[in-house]
Design a protein around this ligand. Structure first.
Ligand code: ZN
Length: 186
């Protein structure tokens, strides 16, 4: 592993915890987190962390019996399209964390503590993924969405009468309205 700038590293050498407590405040790139696990991007559906964006990690680490506790917060920015008009939107998350690193971690509850270091990346990734918006995001303009012609914007009427199962992706509704409009035109 190449030497990492400690100001930008999520690898915490345990020798720094000799006094029992340690503040770990670093800014890393989202791409640093993606590297940790190449088959899984930092994204939920269409919402993702741009690879070149900053992720701020502010933690208090403490030696506890059986491991190291990590308490603090993680802030990051995401980007995703408006579900109605596809305009790119930016947003931010702030995730609170309270986790334990252990040499023999309980599956799903704790993170692995290596003999000489703690790798914060898996914890940071999970904290971010839990905070990314999972519901469709929309641009701040009230209905009708400014990028849609009025008759298509009205397709977002949430009465759902054209959607008996209520399961259709709402992003397709303008397309359905467009099809209806074409079918009705001579
Ligand atoms: Zn929009």
């Amino acid at each position: 592993m190449k030497d990492r700038d400690p100001e930008r590293s999520l690898i915490v050498p345990l020798r720094l915890l000799e006094r029992g407590q340690l503040r770990w405040s670093v800014t890393v790139r989202a791409s640093d987190l993606a590297e940790a696990d190449t088959d899984d991007d930092l994204r939920i559906a269409d919402v993702e962390l741009p690879l070149n964006s900053d992720v701020r990690v502010e933690l208090s680490l403490e030696l506890i019996s059986g491991g190291v506790s990590a308490v603090g917060r993680i802030t990051a920015g995401w980007r995703g399209p408006c579900a109605r008009c596809w305009t790119p939107l930016d947003g931010g998350i702030c995730a609170s964390v309270r986790e334990v690193f252990a040499a023999e971690p309980c599956e799903g509850e704790q993170y692995l503590l290596h003999p000489e270091h703690a790798d914060l990346a898996p914890m940071v990734r999970e904290a971010i993924l839990l905070e990314l918006p999972i519901e469709a995001i929309a641009c701040p303009h009230p209905d009708p969405c400014p990028n849609l012609p009025p008759d298509l914007a009205s397709a977002y009427d949430d009465s759902g009468h054209d959607d008996p199962a209520g399961a259709a992706d709402p992003r397709w509704r303008p397309l359905e309205a467009l099809r209806r409009r074409q079918a009705e035109s001579p």
